[in-house]
Every structure is written in C-alpha cells, then in structure tokens.
Design a binder for this molecule. Structure first.
Ligand SMILES: NC(=O)c1ccc[n+]([C@@H]2O[C@H](COP(=O)([O-])OP(=O)(O)OC[C@H]3O[C@@H](n4cnc5c(N)ncnc54)[C@H](OP(=O)(O)O)[C@@H]3O)[C@@H](O)[C@H]2O)c1
Length: 272
C-alpha cells in the first residue's frame, strides 16, 4: 500500500479470469477485499490470499462502499444488482463487465434513480496485464465518485475517465477494438497475398509492425478532420487514397485472394 492510498473495503463480484486478476491487484495493494462468484469454488484461492468470501451476491454488494462487477455480460449484472437497488443506495458501483454503450447508459439511468453512483468501465488489457505498466481502463459516469476512488482504481492500470455519459467508456472501448480488428483483417489479407509470391506472413509481420506503429502517429492529426472538419487541411486527396486502394485491390485480384476488404476501405476512407 503506497502512503497516499488509504485502505478501502472493496467488493468484487465475478471471479473469472479477469475478476480474479482485479481482486488480486486490490489485495496486493493492501485493500480489504470481499469476493463473490456464482461458482463458489473459484473464490478459494483468493481467500487463501487474504480475501473474504461472501456467501451470496447480495452480501457482497453490501459489504463495501465500492463494488466492482466483472461478470459475463449485461444480463448477469442485472440479475444480481436489480434485486439489491435499495441496499446499493449511496454506494459506488464500478461495472467492468463488457457491455454496449446503450446497456451502460440504461444501467446508469437505473442507478441514478436508485441514488447509486454508477461508473462503467472498459478494460483495455488481458488478465495477466492487470496491475502492470501496459494496462489501462476506461471509465465513465459519475465523475466525483470516480475522482474520489481513482487511487483505488489505479491499481488495475492507468485510469482514463472519458466522460459523464455512462456509455462513453464502452463507446471508446468498442472503437479501439474496432481499430484492432480492422488491422487484423488487413494483416490476414496481406499474409495470404505475400504467400502467393513465396513469402510468409511471419516476414510480413516483421515488416508491417514497425510501419503501422509509425502510421499511428498520424491518428492525432486525422482526429482534427473528424472533430473539426472545417479546420482540417487534408494531406492526401481522396482521389489519391482511392487510387492507392484500387491498386491494392487489383493486386489482391491478381493474387487470387479475396478483395471485399478494399471496397469497404475505399468507401469509408474516401466516400468515393
Ligand atoms: N479476459 C479478458 O481478457 C477481458 C478483457 C477485457 C474485458 N473483459 C470482460 O470482463 C468480463 C469477465 O471476463 P472474464 O475473462 O473474467 O470471463 P470468464 O473467465 O469467462 O468469467 C466469466 C465470469 O462471469 C460469471 N458469470 C457468468 N454468468 C453469470 C451469472 N448469470 N451470474 C453471475 N456470474 C456469472 C462466471 O461465473 P462462474 O464461474 O460461476 O461461471 C465467471 O465468474 C467480461 O465482460 C469480459 O468481456 C475480459
């Protein structure tokens, strides 16, 4: 426990791979942790490490002022919090379960009506990264509660508050993941293409990774074109970008690999 962080009572509901990592990080930081999991045996290792097991979800929800949820999905969250609204009044609930932005908003409205401080979160890490330097978590919802509990939440990784709309964290989360999947799709396509010349996806990975890393520097500049298009001076014309994508599309056709990705890229990036 660092001198600046006071030990807090924290409840963690959901001890899958991620919930276990979150509870472990809280224990390592010196917090008093109550845990609950639908399948009780999953709590045993954490109890051996100093956590207290709650017998029921309701007991865990009321054992601490700060309640962290990390279950499968929105339905699992609702199943346990809805019957406990009265008992959650005045507490801070941080829902780190992955949901859609609209599901997060609906839960935020439900919590506000029950005078529960609701914070939705999106974890940008895998369980082994929790508490390490590369992990960060997006949060949105009740700002004052977030700021008050920030030192506790920072044990998971960098804490990024992205807005008071409870759906904001989920929206940034899915947007970041969308970027990742678009990159994976293009890599898969490129891997298939270079193999038709006797190359390998492994060689492509070694060459593509540093190039893409350098390209990410231009995202900040491109953001101006989305946030304030009237102030944006585009470096390359849409015609230039469309021609470049058409050339890649032609190469894909020549290589006998699928081409549907490039039509989508052309439309999204140039509107042409
Ligand atoms: N793993 C990751 O890399 C990662 C990264 C970012 C975000 N997340 C998010 O974190 C959340 C948990 O992921 P995970 O990796 O820990 O998944 P997991 O290992 O599959 O665990 C799922 C957890 O949800 C519980 N659960 C499922 N249905 C439930 C219900 N109806 N009531 C109560 N508990 C229920 C399970 O309990 P039982 O043990 O009883 O089945 C288990 O504790 C998900 O929303 C996931 O999207 C995960």
């Amino acid at each position: 426990m660092s001198d600046s962080v006071t030990a807090q009572r924290v409840s963690v509901l959901g001890l899958g791979a991620m919930g276990t990592a979150l509870a472990r990080a809280l224990l390592a930081a010196g917090h008093e942790v109550t845990v609950w999991n639908r399948t009780a045996a999953r709590a045993e290792a954490l109890v051996a490490e100093g956590a207290t097991a709650a017998a029921t979800a309701g007991e865990a929800l009321t054992a601490a002022e700060l309640v962290i949820l990390c279950v499968l999905d929105d339905a699992a969250v609702r199943e346990h919090v809805e019957p406990a609204r009265e008992r959650l009044r005045g507490r801070v609930v941080v829902n780190l379960t992955t949901t859609t932005p609209e599901q997060a908003r609906a839960l935020g409205r439900w919590a506000e009506e029950g005078r529960i401080a609701w914070i939705d979160g999106g974890i940008m890490a895998v369980p082994s990264m929790i508490g390490g330097p590369g992990a960060f978590v997006l949060y949105s919802g009740v700002a004052a509660a977030f700021e008050r509990l920030r030192p506790v939440l920072e044990v998971f990784g960098r804490a990024e508050f992205v807005g008071t709309d409870p759906g904001a964290a989920a929206m940034y989360d899915v947007s970041i993941l969308g970027g990742m999947y678009a990159m994976f799709a293009a890599f898969r396509q490129g891997g298939a293409m270079v193999r038709t010349t006797g190359g390998s996806a492994a060689r492509l990975a070694a060459l593509m990774a540093p190039f893409l890393q350098a390209m990410t520097l231009s995202l900040t500049e491109q953001a101006v074109g989305i946030d304030t298009p009237e102030r944006y001076v585009q470096e390359q014309s849409d015609e230039f970008t469309a021609a470049a994508i058409d050339l890649i599309d032609k190469a894909a056709t020549e290589s006998g690999t699928p081409t549907e990705l490039f039509g989508v890229l052309r439309r999204v990036l140039t509107g042409l």
